[in-house]
Write a protein that binds this ligand. Sequence first.
Ligand SMILES: [Zn+2]
Ligand SMILES: [Zn+2]
Ligand SMILES: [Zn+2]
Ligand SMILES: [Zn+2]
Ligand SMILES: [Zn+2]
Ligand SMILES: [Zn+2]
Ligand SMILES: [Zn+2]
Length: 334
Amino acid sequence: MTRPSQPLCRGCGQSINGYYLSALGAAWHPEHFVCATCHQPINNTQVNVREGKPYHTQCYRDRFDPRCAYCHKPITTQYYTHNGASYHLECYQEHIGPRCQYCHKPILGQYYTHEGAFYHSECYRDHVVPRCAYCGKPLMSEYLVDHWGTKYCKEHQGQYPTCAFCGRLVPPQQQDPQSSEHVRCPICRASAVESLPQARAIFQGLMQQLNAQGLQFNNIPLQIELVDRARLAQLLNGRSGVDALGVTTHSTHMLNGQVVRTEVNGIAVLRGLPSTLFRGVCVHELGHAWLTLQGIRGLPSWAEEGFCESCLSYWKLLRHIAEELADGTTMMQA
Ligand SMILES: [Zn+2]
Ligand SMILES: [Zn+2]
Ligand SMILES: [Zn+2]
Ligand SMILES: [Zn+2]
Ligand SMILES: [Zn+2]
Ligand SMILES: [Zn+2]
Ligand SMILES: [Zn+2]
């Protein structure tokens, strides 16, 4: 018997006797109100509906919740999207996301990139970023690099004086307390020629090298002298400009107001020059000494200076070649 008041089940279309469910605007036999995924009855109060179809909560999640592109399990809580894919936060951090090149741990949030690698801000600041050679601060933004690769804060330029010999900045703590004549950096100071024995040893070595290259000094005992600026100016006697660092010393023999003989005594070089510069000045001055010993006089000064500079260039070239050979092979002794 079917009474007109009896509702029809939306699932099977038959009339319902007894209990029925009311859902999605219709009545259902409890056993006919089934999940669109697993086709089992949904008999609790939790129904998930999508496009008019009912689902168990779990079946709904399995079917419609986003899945992690790494572990393929559904994502139900917070997740992370990257290149259009979704990830569990943990899956992303552990397997997909950037890792710090320094500590190798995953990076969450802010990071730094440097030469194609990622870093935690702190790892970058404390371990990667170069530090100012003068004040030690991490160089996080713009900084300067000198000719020798020294990196430093921009503000030190103009704040510190430069080394009179090499041009490096010299911060106050590196300045030479003894030297008032010129600002000298610690590197130039370390190799400075300050004592006569030191100067003599270098000078003798240079004479031998030049002798070997054909600049003969006829075994005349040339002297090396280290002088201060005042004495040097006196010896220069107005010649060669104020910046000259060395001078060839002569004694002139006069007779009745006429020069009868000029003898080369040796050379005088400003005390405290870095050894590279000291050598250069010596070689240049030995060029002058050689001309005098050869009796070559009266050259225009551009010719004489040009000759001395050529000696220096030639000597530098030879030394450079010797260094290269010494680096690469054991075949030659400089
Ligand atoms: Zn039914
Ligand atoms: Zn189901
Ligand atoms: Zn996952
Ligand atoms: Zn790190
Ligand atoms: Zn600095
Ligand atoms: Zn210097
Ligand atoms: Zn000269």
